[in-house]
Design a protein. Structure first.
Length: 192
């Protein structure tokens, strides 16, 4: 077993030994959902004051409103009763460091982990690569506030999203821990 696997399994044994949350209901108790990034520096439980069972947290790369993220939000509302949604992107996001073209080029030459320096992204190793990356919209980010606005608009205009769900737009500042509202996004996401 790897060191990480051993650490995770040991942590889980400790967690399970004192586990007392087995009776939580499936629907989130506070009836809201957060769409945010997978970045390890973000802890939605801390920045949004969550406990287990409070809210749904959906975490695709960049926190973008992909088809799959919207699928999760629709399930969250339709089957589990959430009534308010937050779109929360963040400063210093890795999704700002590349474009679709860069990702496609990197994947076409090698599937190994790439590295970044002052000159941009570089593959460390020879192939094999794959051309499959050219069929994916990587939903990269040029401007955080603009991407939050775009995602709120996409969610609110989706035919499977009821008009009576407010969607709020924020950018989490990784340096201060503060949520900074994107007023145009919150306006676009309000119930009309």
């Amino acid at each position: 077993m790897s060191k990480i696997l051993n650490e995770v399994m040991a942590a889980n044994r400790d967690y399970a030994a004192g586990f007392d949350k087995g009776d939580l209901p499936m629907p989130p108790g506070r009836h809201f959902a957060i769409l945010t990034c997978m970045d390890a520096r973000l802890d939605p439980a801390k920045y949004a004051g969550l406990s287990e069972g409070d809210a749904h947290v959906i975490r695709p790369a960049g926190g973008r409103a992909s088809d799959d993220a919207i699928r999760s939000l629709v399930i969250s509302y339709k089957l589990l009763g959430t009534r308010e949604w937050f779109v929360i992107h963040h400063s210093d996001c890795g999704m700002e460091t590349f474009t679709d073209e860069i990702m496609r080029d990197l994947l076409s030459s090698s599937l190994k982990t790439a590295s970044i320096d002052a000159n941009g992204w570089h593959d460390c190793c020879e192939g094999p690569g794959s051309a499959e990356g050219k069929y994916i919209d990587w939903l990269t980010i040029k401007d955080q506030a603009q991407s939050v606005l775009e995602d709120v608009i996409r969610i609110k205009s989706h035919p499977l999203v009821p008009s009576d769900i407010p969607v709020y737009g924020y950018v989490y500042d990784v340096k201060s821990g503060k949520l900074i509202e994107v007023p145009e996004a919150t306006e676009a996401g309000r119930v009309k």
